[in-house]
Every structure is written in C-alpha cells, then in structure tokens.
Design a protein around this ligand. Structure first.
Ligand SMILES: [Zn+2]
Length: 464
C-alpha cells in the first residue's frame, strides 16, 4: 500500500491524497488551492498526477478546498466515478458551477491587463460545461452503507458533523496478506453544531489521515453562541441600525439562520427583518432544507413543531440584484447575512461599503478571516478600510463570535480519537494545518498512544 500527499501538506488548503493498493489508484479529495492568485493559478493547474491513472475519487465533503479541483481533473481526462454522500453530491453541483463562474470572471479580469500588454490571454481553470461534466460523474452513497468501488476495497462513509453531508471515509483492504483499515477524516466536525449530528466514531483504525487545522487550540464554548447572538441582535433593535454578518454560503449561513429562528420563536429578539443576500447561500440553504436525513434530533423536533429550521416570518431570501440594492434605502433595524465569508467578493462588499461609516450599525464576525483580507482588517478594527477603491472610516461597531467554528479543536479531536480507540492506530499522517500546529498536534497524538506519526512534505510518498 502506498500513500502520496498532493495537497494540504503543511498547509491548510488544496486537500488531495492518493491511496494506491491492490492495483487501484484512489484519490481522496481533490481540493482547490486557495491563496495568492499567481500561486493558486500554478498549483491548481499542475496536478502532479496523470488523471487517466486515477480509478476513482472518494470525496469527504463539498467545501471547495476539498472538492473544488475535481472539474480540473475531469477537464484533463479523469473519467472515473466520484463517490460521496447524497447531500455532498447536491452541494457540489451548485459549488462546481459557482466556482467555474468565479474562475471565468477572474480570468476575464486578468486577461484585460494581459491583452493591453500584448500577452496571450489565459484560459479559465474550468468552465461551467466542465463543472457539469464533473457533476455527472458523481455517485452518491448513503452514510454507513458499505460499497466496493474496486476489487478488494470496501468503503463506508460515516457522519463527520462538519457541514451537511460531510463524511469520514473508512477503507478496508488487504495489505501483505492481512486486512487493514484506513480512515480519512476530511474535516472533523464538532459536537453540538446546530442542525448536524455529532461526529460518528470509526473503530479499529490502523492507518489515519487526519486534518489538524485547530490542533493546538481551544475554541470558545459552543453553548453560549445563541445568547451572544441574542445580545448583538438586541443592540441593533435598540440603535435601529443594520447588523451585517459576512458568512460562508455553506454551513455558517445556515447555522446563523437556524439560531436566529430559535431566538425569534422564543421571543428573545425584536421581530426585525432578516435578509439572506447571496444566491449561493440561498441555493445551499434549499439543499440543507431538503436533506433531513443529515439533521440532528433538535432540528427534526423543530420541524415536528411545524417550524421550518430555515424559514420564519421575518426572514427573506433576496431574489435578485435589484432587491439586494433596495436594502440600502430601507431603514433599520435589520439583519443582512451575505457572502463572501472573508469579505473578499460578492454582495457583502456593497453592504459593508454602505454601512460601515454609520456608528448605529454592527459588523458581526462569525468565521476565520485570513490575513490580508478585508474581513481581517474589519475584525482588527482598523480605523479606515478600502472598499472598491474608496477609503472609508470604520465607525460601525465590530463584534465577534468565534464559537461557530465547524472544525474540532485540539481537545475535541483528541476526545474523538479516544472514542475511536486511539491506541489501535498504527500510523497517522497529520495534514491540513500550519507548520507549528502540525508539530504540536503530531506530538499530542504520539503522547496519547499513536505509534508512528508523520507530517508529510508536499508530494511525499509512503510505502506501508
Ligand atoms: Zn471543510
């Protein structure tokens, strides 16, 4: 058995690893590298693997850093099946298209400059046609149903509790005459995330490929989130301002809508209008609504009380750009939830531009903001920020709720692996983390009984 690590090796993006066993090449995720434009351009096109040699893909979940480069692989000649859960399949269908659209727009922007300079124009990473072709290769498999995608290879998906449809992948195969189990975590979710079930244990793991994003950190207590949100909303009710929440379209938006819904029904907040203003967020929420097989008991109970988790009287999903623009002229109090999550593109930029100079308003930060993004500058409360080339004074209040993270922290991951039987793990590979975090998390795994722990270099292979 051989493992090769193509992406998310000593970094937090572009997850992609290959398992070669018994004559089959199985790619685990094929994520988009997200970062500086030039580096992303190179890394996403140069796959370091012949797509025709890959037999199949096992996909953990729909986040772009795990799934977003699959259409590139298809464009370059991969014709095999892509296995994932049903909810992941539905999310990928809209995500692939959205990503193709962004890639096309981005290249158009770059090409304008290149043509002026007399250089050859670039092609987009992939188009909507490539995205649809990739989506047609997806085969969906329910959680906990064993399937055999290749000879002598038994696979099962378990609930990872990270986003809708997210899965831990269990692969059982024969290696040198004995039966072995490999587990690939994708991203590890958390107990008590709204809507989703808790991460399910995978027992008797021999080989582990694990994420390590927050492998040296402790999150705030998730239980307080709802009441922190209540406090911020009630401030907006008093100031009659606008509460702008930049949020990722998949996961974070639905969690916030669900919590606001509960606060509304419990009459803990004033009945102010709430707008979800992002076409991708609306489409993703429709998929969240449909896949009740992924919901936890609380969400199902909520529905039994004749309440839809993602709909309540004062909530609106905006339909078009005109409606989005009209929010500018409406008086507060109101809440606008909009993408992108790190304020780098999308409709949220317009809302920030129109509202951050008014001290009655609040910008609520609910997710990780990477360095150099507008989101980070706002979270750091810089006195002035640039939006669409215009310098604006940040007078709105900035609040932060960090407990909404969908990734387990160090203690939650350790608790999870203890539940799985950590001493059974022979060899672990720590991926998807910053260098120092990886070192610390690898140490934690060793201290708790994992025999061999590696931090692979990019493109490094291991024979086991
Ligand atoms: Zn993820």
């Amino acid at each position: 058995m051989k493992l090769t690590f193509y992406g998310a090796a000593q970094e937090v993006t572009g997850s992609s690893h290959m398992l070669s066993v018994n004559g089959s090449n199985v790619l685990l995720d094929c994520g988009l590298f997200q970062g500086r434009r030039k580096e992303a351009f190179e890394k996403n096109r140069n796959l370091h693997v012949d797509p025709a040699e890959i037999d199949l893909i096992l996909l953990s979940h729909a986040h772009m850093d795990h799934s977003g480069n699959i259409p590139t692989l298809v464009k370059q000649g991969f014709t095999g099946p892509i296995y994932c859960t049903d909810a992941t399949a539905d999310l990928c269908r809209i995500m692939f298209r959205d990503c193709a659209y962004i890639q096309t727009k981005d290249v158009e922007y770059v090409n304008k400059k290149r043509i002026r300079q007399g250089k050859n124009p670039f092609e987009p990473l992939y188009t909507i046609e490539d995205a649809d072709k990739a989506a047609a290769q997806i085969r969906s498999i329910p959680y906990r149903q064993e399937f055999e995608p290749a000879a002598n290879l038994k696979v099962k998906f378990y609930d990872a509790g990270h986003i809708l449809g997210s899965a831990f992948t269990e692969i059982i195969f024969k290696n040198n005459g004995s039966t072995r189990k490999l587990m690939f975590t994708g991203d590890i979710g958390r107990r008590d995330i709204p809507i989703l079930r808790n991460p399910e244990p995978v027992k008797e793991i021999d080989y582990l490929i694990t994420e390590s994003t927050y492998g040296d950190r402790r999150h705030q207590d998730i239980g307080n989130t709802k009441y922190e949100l209540q406090r911020v909303v009630n401030t907006i009710c008093r100031t009659k301002g606008k509460l702008i929440i930049p949020a990722f379209s998949i996961g974070r938006t639905q969690h916030i809508v669900y919590l606001l819904n509960q606060l509304y029904h419990e009459e803990r907040i004033c009945p102010l209008p709430v707008y979800v203003d992002s076409p991708l967020s609306s489409a993703a929420t429709a998929i969240y609504s449909r896949h009740t097989e992924c919901w936890d008991e609380n969400a199902l109970r909520f529905m039994k009380l004749a309440m839809m988790p993602f709909n309540f009287e004062t909530l609106r999903y905006t339909e078009d750009l005109e409606q989005s623009k009209s929010l500018n002229d409406m008086p507060g109090p109101m809440i606008i939830i909009s993408a992108s999550g790190m304020c780098e593109a999308g409709r949220v930029l317009h809302h920030l531009k129109n509202n951050i100079e008014d001290e009655r308003n609040i910008v609520l930060i609910v997710g990780y903001m990477a360095e150099n993004t507008l989101g980070r500058k706002i979270a750091d409360k810089q006195t002035s920020v640039k939006i669409f080339g215009e310098t604006l004074s940040l007078r709105a209040k900035v609040e932060e709720i960090s407990a909404l993270s969908a990734h387990a922290d160090k203690y939650e991951m350790l608790e999870y692996f203890e539940f799985c039987g950590i001493r059974h793990i022979d060899t672990a590979f720590c991926m998807h983390g910053e260098r120092e975090t990886l070192e610390r998390f690898a140490g934690t795994l060793r201290d708790n009984g994992v025999k061999n722990v590696h931090i692979p270099q990019p493109l490094q292979s291991f024979e086991l």
